[in-house]
Design a protein around this ligand. Structure first.
Ligand SMILES: [Mg+2]
Length: 278
């Protein structure tokens, strides 16, 4: 696995690992998919999630890629329409809420994943049973994402205390039949078996004449996508699959081990996107 500086350049890495890994995608772009997480991967992490922004250069690179590549898709924990607002492009696909919602290029509204039927309110009903004032006092901010409910503690007065309260809530949620998922200073509660970035990758790549793909992500839920990409490579459905880890001090340790290529932040991923778009 190659670890690169924040902004890899061909000249700095010679005929380095990353050009060799990604060469098959650039050589036959109509058969290739560019799959990317949004927060921490396209958009630098902001103190408050609502302040995150995708740089104009990144938007331009994605727009250029969407004209040449078979598929460009953003796969996010945000709701699909919120991810589209943040990225600011209509002509690409968005899998939102960790794969529970999908917007294909040219579509207007997100369609919900049918696996959720009847359980759309399960997490919200659980959260409604927790005293809102006590949550706030513990430093936890609730985000209502419909079928997924999130608790954030980035910027809390005492982040360790807030996280410890989140662990108690995760235990209770597990007993109530929800699945806790941990991210960078966020706990998300989802209906059991619903979505996942792995499922999003599989459905985006199915039946599109695509046989090569790159996926970039920075967090624990992206490892699910990495593993699915690996399975598709092992089964022969993909002839090339590249997992790009966007490293940060908050990211999971497994990210480095499970990446084919790692960069030091969103600017490193942007450099790769620009190289693919050249
Ligand atoms: Mg992320």
């Amino acid at each position: 696995m190659a670890i690169l500086d924040a902004v890899p350049r061909e000249s700095e890495t010679g005929e380095g690992a990353w050009t060799a890994l990604l060469g098959p995608l650039r050589a036959d772009p109509t058969r290739a998919a560019i799959l990317t997480d949004v927060d921490g991967t396209l958009a630098p992490i902001a103190e408050r999630a609502e302040d995150a922004a995708v740089p104009a250069a990144t938007r331009d690179a994605l727009a250029a890629l969407s004209e040449r590549f078979g598929l460009v898709a953003c796969i996010s924990g945000r709701q699909a329409e919120e991810a589209r607002r943040l990225v600011g492009l209509d002509g690409i696909a968005y899998a939102g809420n960790h794969g529970l919602e999908l917007i294909l290029p040219g579509e207007d509204e997100a369609r919900p994943d049918p696996s959720l039927a009847g359980r759309e309110r399960q997490a919200a009903e659980f959260m409604a049973g927790i005293d809102a004032a006590a949550l706030a006092a513990a430093g936890l901010r609730r985000e209502d994402k419909g079928p997924i409910q999130a608790l954030h503690w980035r910027g809390a007065g005492d982040e360790a205390r807030a996280e410890s309260r989140a662990r108690e809530i995760a235990n209770a949620a597990g007993k109530a039949g929800l699945e806790p998922h941990w991210g960078r200073k966020v706990l998300e509660l989802r209906p059991v078996g619903g979505g996942g970035k792995d499922a999003a990758v599989a459905s985006l790549l199915a039946g599109e004449g695509l046989d090569r793909a790159v996926y970039a992500g920075d967090d624990r839920t992206d490892l699910d996508a990495f593993r699915r990409l690996d399975e598709l490579r092992e089964s022969g459905e993909l002839v090339a699959a590249v997992r790009v880890g966007i490293l940060s001090p908050e990211g999971p340790a497994e990210l480095t081990e499970e990446s084919d290529l790692a960069v030091g932040g969103p600017s490193g991923w942007l450099a790769i996107l620009e190289w693919l778009a050249e």
